[in-house]
Ligand binder design. Structure first.
Ligand SMILES: Nc1ncnc2c1ncn2[C@@H]1O[C@H](COP(=O)(O)OP(=O)(O)O)[C@@H](O)[C@H]1O
Ligand SMILES: Cc1cn([C@H]2C[C@H](O)[C@@H](COP(=O)(O)O)O2)c(=O)[nH]c1=O
Length: 216
């Protein structure tokens, strides 16, 4: 029986790497995948991992019908044995319904990968629909870590290392701490709630009022 599986986790926990491994293992056995993505950092029509692997993919545009795309593809006599959808948080809820229909009506496995919550710890609409519809939700087991060493569960958006809580839900970016630009950092819930990033924790530790006071 085919399945809709949602592989989720924070940013930088290995979702795209797993998507590429699933693709590699199936194509090594002669299966052909249909790979969808949206807004990958490597550019349009790419599925990329921080480990350096990248593959071509179909860029999903606003209003694209993923079920119709597969039906067209198959009716032209072309193959698709399974479907991968990376950056699935950026798909709209209707597109997630279309993926569920691919499973039920075309009998193809669909593996979707994405972050569940945004920088304000609110569900992305696409991820919410995946949680509602998926046969299985798998949280990735390679833990991304907060600067404090705890398991990272939340995604923070930063500007110059400082966590921000205002702005558009979608801003493509990375976790490599850049200076003034918008970036991201994964945090545990405690430090996300306190808006304490690695940079602000470091600054607080160096502040004069917390330096040891000499008794002499
Ligand atoms: N230089 C490196 N050496 C080993 N592993 C790395 C390196 N850079 C990144 N990684 C691994 O890749 C993971 C990120 O993989 P990626 O698939 O890009 O994540 P996601 O799609 O979840 O954002 C990191 O959590 C880490 O485990
Ligand atoms: C938290 C958050 C993230 N994004 C963007 C940033 C990245 O481009 C992707 C996540 O990619 P990854 O492969 O999982 O690292 O999502 C965003 O647009 N809005 C957010 O709130």
């Amino acid at each position: 029986m085919s399945e809709l599986v949602f592989f989720c986790g924070t940013m930088d926990c290995g979702k795209s790497t797993l998507a590429l491994q699933i693709e590699h293992n199936r194509s090594a056995r002669g299966l052909v995948g249909m790979i969808f993505t949206r807004n990958d950092r490597a550019g349009e029509g790419k599925l990329s991992s921080r480990l350096g692997l990248v593959t071509d993919a179909v860029e999903v545009g606003d209003g694209a019908d993923l079920y119709a795309h597969l039906v067209d593809h198959l009716s032209q006599g072309r193959r698709a044995d399974y479907v991968i959808a990376d950056e699935a948080q950026f798909l709209d809820p209707g597109q997630i319904d279309q993926l569920a229909r691919v499973v039920d009506d075309l009998d193809l496995d669909v593996y979707a990968f994405g972050i569940t919550t945004d920088f304000r710890s609110k569900l992305f609409p696409g991820s919410q629909r995946l949680v509602e519809l998926a046969d299985r939700v798998e949280v990735l087991q390679v833990e991304a870590l907060c600067w404090c060493g705890a398991r990272a569960t939340h995604n923070a958006r930063t500007v110059g290392g400082v966590m921000v809580v205002e702005g558009a839900q979608v801003v493509v970016g990375d976790v490599t701490g850049s200076t003034d630009e918008i970036g991201y950092e994964v945090l545990c819930r405690r430090h996300h709630r306190r808006r304490m990033t690695a940079a602000t924790a470091r600054a607080a530790a160096l502040a004069p009022d917390v330096l040891p006071v000499s008794s002499g």
